[in-house]
Design a protein. Structure first.
Length: 210
C-alpha cells in the first residue's frame, strides 16, 4: 500500500513474528507433522487445539496445561518433554527477513516492535533462540498483554509503548485481516508475502536500503 502523498518520515516498524521473521510457532502444518510423528489422531488433536489454544496464546494457560488438554489427556508412549522439544524445533528463520529489518533499523534509526499472537513458552523460546531481543525493542505478545489480534488493543498498546504516531508506523504482517485492522487505526500496513516484495513496498515509504 503506497502513500498517496508524502508525509512525515517513518519512525517505527511494527511486525509479526510468525510468518514474517520466523515460521509460525505451532500452525496446522506443524500439528499435522506432530500427529504423523507421534501416531496421534490429527482430527481429534486439532479439534482440542482449536478449543483451547486461544487461551494459551492469551497467557492464561501454561504450555504444559495446553498439552495436557490436547495430547496428554490419556497415557502416551512418549513424554511431555519430548513433545515440547518437537514443538520448539519447528521454528525456523524466514529467508532474509531478520537481515532486512536489522539493516533498516540501523540505517533509519527505527524503533522495532513485535506485535504477535504467541503463547509464553513458545514466544520466549523463539526470542532467545533467534536473539530477537538484540534488535526488537518491544514485544507486544498476546501472552504478555492478554489480548490477541485482531483485538485493536494490541496495536494501541504497541503505539503507546513505542510512543509512536500511527501515521509514522509501518506494520508488516502475513495475514490480510490483521493488516486491514492496523490500517483502520491509521498505521501503514504491508501484507508480507516474501522479502523481495516487502522490500519493494518499504521503498514506497522511503525505506530504501543502501
Amino acid at each position: 500500500m503506497k502513500r498517496e502523498e508524502p508525509g512525515a518520515p517513518i519512525t517505527a516498524l511494527f511486525l509479526d513474528i510468525g510468518g514474517v521473521l520466523l515460521t509460525n510457532g505451532w500452525d496446522g502444518k506443524s500439528r499435522r507433522l506432530a500427529a504423523e510423528t507421534f501416531a496421534l489422531d490429527f482430527d481429534d488433536m486439532n479439534e482440542r487445539h482449536h478449543l483451547t489454544f486461544d487461551t494459551y496464546e492469551e497467557g492464561k494457560l501454561s504450555l504444559d496445561d495446553y498439552l495436557d488438554r490436547v495430547v496428554f489427556f490419556k497415557e502416551r508412549p512418549f513424554t511431555l518433554e519430548t513433545f515440547r522439544a518437537f514443538m520448539f524445533e519447528q521454528s525456523r528463520p524466514l529467508p532474509g527477513m531478520i537481515d532486512l529489518v536489522c539493516r533498516l533499523k540501523k540505517q533509519y534509526g527505527l524503533k522495532l516492535a513485535a506485535v504477535s499472537n504467541e503463547g509464553r513458552e513458545l514466544n520466549l523460546h523463539r526470542i532467545r533462540t533467534f536473539r530477537l531481543a538484540s534488535f526488537i525493542d518491544l514485544f507486544v505478545s498476546s501472552c504478555f498483554v492478554h489480548f490477541r489480534k485482531p483485538d485493536t488493543d494490541m496495536f494501541r498498546i504497541a503505539l503507546d509503548l513505542a510512543q509512536a504516531e500511527a501515521s509514522r508506523v509501518i506494520y508488516l504482517e502475513d495475514r490480510p485481516m490483521f493488516v486491514e485492522v492496523a490500517r483502520g487505526l491509521g498505521l501503514n500496513g504491508i501484507l508480507h508475502t516474501g522479502r523481495e516484495e516487502t522490500e519493494r513496498q518499504l521503498a514506497d515509504f522511503g525505506l530504501v536500503l543502501r
